[in-house]
Write a protein that binds this ligand. Structure first.
Ligand SMILES: O=C(O)c1ccccc1NCC(=O)[C@H](O)[C@H](O)COP(=O)(O)O
Length: 249
């Protein structure tokens, strides 16, 4: 039996509210209310994972550190594993993130701008560190996806050699658009690394999850789902049932 594709509902927090963005762009927010309520709704629907993002910290417009810590702590205590992302760029923000009880943190900008620090913390924290590879074409983007940060495949080779445990791969052009994930990008990344890949951006229907589940054997471990769940394209229960059925098939 193939392992089940992990599903990570996204809770992106801006100004204390759960929001969705289009292409990750600041100013395109649609608000979905209290992030703790959103997280607990996914937990009640059966989520085993949550992708929790501090968008203000990612954009450099402040942070939601206390709110994020509360959501991560309460959700983790309710048995959901938390992947924490957004603005984790130095010892202080890393310590605060790890102290929330999250299972792992996802680094973006730091992997592009502070490679020596990232190599050090990968060595120290192993599996608790994932790196977000957020791309337009094959160019990485940092600082809340607003600045170019080098070539995807060169950075991937460097991180692989440093022992990075896992990648969260986002095609920014697809993110928040309900246009379907970039399967070709995911295939290309899986072809050059043996580390697990979490797919992010664009999931719009259950067939997208079937397509991603079919990529588990080549290294796609999970899928982050944002807008599709908030817009009601399908329920998390239906999504979980779909990946369960695909794994059993
Ligand atoms: O994850 C981050 O660190 C981040 C930084 C800056 C802008 C957006 C960021 N994350 C966005 C997400 O994780 C999305 O919620 C996720 O890709 C889901 O996308 P979709 O299913 O297309 O709504």
């Amino acid at each position: 039996m193939t392992p089940e594709l992990e599903l990570l509902p996204a809770v992106d927090v801006r100004d204390g509210q759960a929001v969705r963005l289009v292409h990750g762009e600041s100013g395109t927010e649609t608000s979905y209310g209290d992030p703790l309520e959103a997280a607990l709704a996914w937990q009640r629907a059966g989520a085993r994972w949550l992708h929790l993002v501090d968008l203000d910290a990612a954009f450099g417009t402040g942070d939601n550190r206390e709110r994020i810590a509360e959501v991560a702590r309460v959700t983790a205590e309710a048995g959901v594993q938390v992947e924490l992302s957004g603005g984790i760029r130095d010892d202080d923000s890393l310590a605060a993130a790890l102290a929330t009880g999250c299972t792992r943190v996802n680094l973006g900008t730091a992997a592009l701008e502070a490679p020596e620090w990232v190599a050090k913390i990968i060595a120290e924290h192993g599996d608790r560190i994932a790196v977000g590879l957020d791309v337009r074409g094959t160019t990485l983007r940092g600082r809340g996806w607003t600045r170019d940060g080098g070539d995807l495949y060169e950075t991937l080779a460097r991180l692989d050699s440093e022992g990075c445990a896992r990648y969260v791969v986002t095609d920014i052009a697809k993110d928040g658009t309900l246009q379907g994930p970039n399967l070709e990008l995911l295939r290309n990344v899986c072809a050059v690394t043996d580390r697990p890949v979490v797919a992010s951006g664009g999931v719009s229907r259950l067939d997208d999850l079937r397509a991603l589940a079919a990529m588990v054997p080549i290294g796609v471990e999970g899928a982050i789902i944002g807008k599709a769940l908030y817009a009601g394209a399908f329920t998390l229960e239906a999504a979980l049932e779909t990946v369960r059925a695909e794994a059993a098939a």
